[in-house]
Design a protein around this ligand. Structure first.
Ligand code: PXG
Length: 460
């Protein structure tokens, strides 16, 4: 690629490139940050600045950047067979091998996978598969799929509908029919209800699902979908009581349970699957991101016995699929990625070493006067910035305190996401304790700078 100056890249970008989830005019005025290369947990921008990537790209680069085995696997597969499809009774060796390996890595009830190219496509597959399942059961009235407000399941029509992002629903006539939402199990956002322990709150939050099922009529409810730990919504770790109770409610009403593992899968929570960490047994699991550590796009759905049996034994043709379902290069990279995760013991490392260490270091941040709560699960963490520590009172949203903090992060060479005033991290699973120290040091400095700004502007 021809070398250009940052300004030249920015000008060409503003002229031609419509970025996802972006205010185009605001971006053009400011100029995009151009990321040119990466290694391990570090990025370098076009000005040569080194940045600690505490978001693993976009929650995906689990093995870190620059892993030679993944690069070699892609190169070898590109040379041997860059593409062939999985339609019309054909298959390629990497796709078959990956299907086999995923069956091995998932709980025993999962022996089948449906491949797509992304998490959104995976969730579109979920909608079609769940409704197909109930048709095959002779219960075509069971169409309703229940998700949660502030859940995120992607940006296609079905993905955005299942998700509960109000801003997305407001654009383009969403949700599609037969999707409903319940409130999220977010203790802090529910005002830390007095007299209710977190665990009691978890049971109450699961009860909202029961109420919705009864309201709709259990014979109309097809499935419930949720992220084990909400990611894009702000790393919201539910109370331990929540998911087992959701499981009991789904079982009671025969409702399929879908775990969206797009962020939580492949070790992020300290187990291969977030549903294992949270103690529930889903019927379907959506995955993407960490399956290839983001090196190339791949996603799909793990299909449990109950649904697989119906599709295979009763189904005939399932009229659904993507050109890139089982893409050989993506599958070859996934195989190399998973083998590396296994060999290096990265999942165990998150569970036993760096995950607990992140929790320990984040617990220290909780004492800061501007921090209302911290939460971690494996290698995901959230820091809730508040106006008043004692009461937990939030800043007025229009002040954009989270964005102010994020601005300081960029200046200090740290990428951390802001979801409202909740600052979140999800670093690569290869991060070391020393690097966690460095990250937490930067986070502390950015929170200090944000507090200084808030004081100067009279916000606190
Ligand atoms: N499910 C979950 C749980 C996700 O986090 C998707 C589905 C959709 O995946 P694709 O591959 O179609 O993007 C996601 C994606 C953010 C952010 O700002 C998060 C995602 C995507 C973009 C931004 O945190 N997650």
């Amino acid at each position: 690629m021809a070398a250009r100056s940052t300004r030249e890249w920015q000008a060409a970008d503003a002229r031609h490139f419509l970025h996802p989830f972006t205010d185009f005019q605001a971006l053009a005025a400011k100029g995009a940050r151009i990321i040119e290369r990466a290694d391990n947990i570090w990025l370098w921008d076009s000005e040569g600045r080194k940045i600690l990537d505490a978001m693993s790209g976009l929650w995906c680069v689990n093995v870190g950047y620059g892993q030679r085995e993944l690069i070699d696997a892609a190169t070898a597969q590109l040379e041997r067979l860059p593409f062939y499809n999985a339609f019309f009774q054909t298959a390629t060796p990497p796709a078959i091998e990956l299907a086999e390996l995923l069956a091995e890595l998932t709980p025993p009830s999962f022996r089948h996978v449906f491949f797509g190219g992304s998490g959104s496509e995976g969730n579109d597959t979920v909608v079609r598969m769940v409704r197909r399942y109930w048709d095959l059961q002779g219960q075509p009235r069971r169409k309703l799929i229940i998700g949660r407000w502030n859940g995120y399941h992607g940006s296609t029509m079905a993905g955005a509908s299942l998700g509960g992002m109000a801003g997305m629903h407001a654009q383009g006539g969403l949700p599609i029919p037969d999707i409903a939402h319940i409130e999220q199990p977010h203790w802090f956002a529910h005002g830390r209800p007095a007299g209710l322990s977190r665990e009691a709150f978890g049971i109450e939050a699961a009860g909202w699902l029961q109420r919705k099922i009864l309201e709709a009529g259990p014979d109309r409810v097809a499935a419930f979908i949720g992220e084990p730990v909400q990611g894009a919504g702000g790393v919201i770790v539910p109370p331990a009581s929540y998911w087992p109770e959701v499981q009991r409610i789904c079982d009671r009403h025969g409702v399929l349970l879908v775990s969206d593992e797009v962020i939580c899968g492949f070790g992020r929570t300290g187990a291969w699957w977030g549903s294992e960490t949270m103690g529930f047994r889903p019927d379907l699991m959506t995955f993407a991101k960490g399956v290839t550590s983001g090196y190339v796009p791949l996603g799909g759905v793990m299909v449990g016995e109950r649904v697989a049996k119906a599709l295979i034994e009763q189904g005939g043709e399932f009229e659904h699929g993507y050109t890139y379902s089982g893409h050989p290069v993506a599958c070859a990279v996934a195989l190399a990625n998973i083998r590396l995760i296994r060999r290096e013991g990265l999942v165990e490392r998150v569970a036993e070493d760096v995950g607990p260490y992140l929790a320990e270091r984040f617990a220290e941040l909780a004492a800061h006067p501007m921090v209302g709560e911290v939460q971690t699960c494996g290698l995901m963490g959230a820091i809730q910035l508040v106006k008043d520590k004692a009461s937990g009172a939030a800043f007025a949203p229009e002040l954009g305190v989270g964005m102010v903090c994020r601005g300081h992060c960029f200046e200090q060479g740290l990428i951390m996401r802001a979801v409202g005033d909740r600052m979140i991290v999800a670093p690569p699973l290869v991060i070391t304790r020393a690097q966690i120290d460095e990250m937490v040091g930067l986070i502390r400095r950015c929170i200090e700078l944000t507090l200084a700004d808030a004081r100067a502007r009279g916000w606190v």
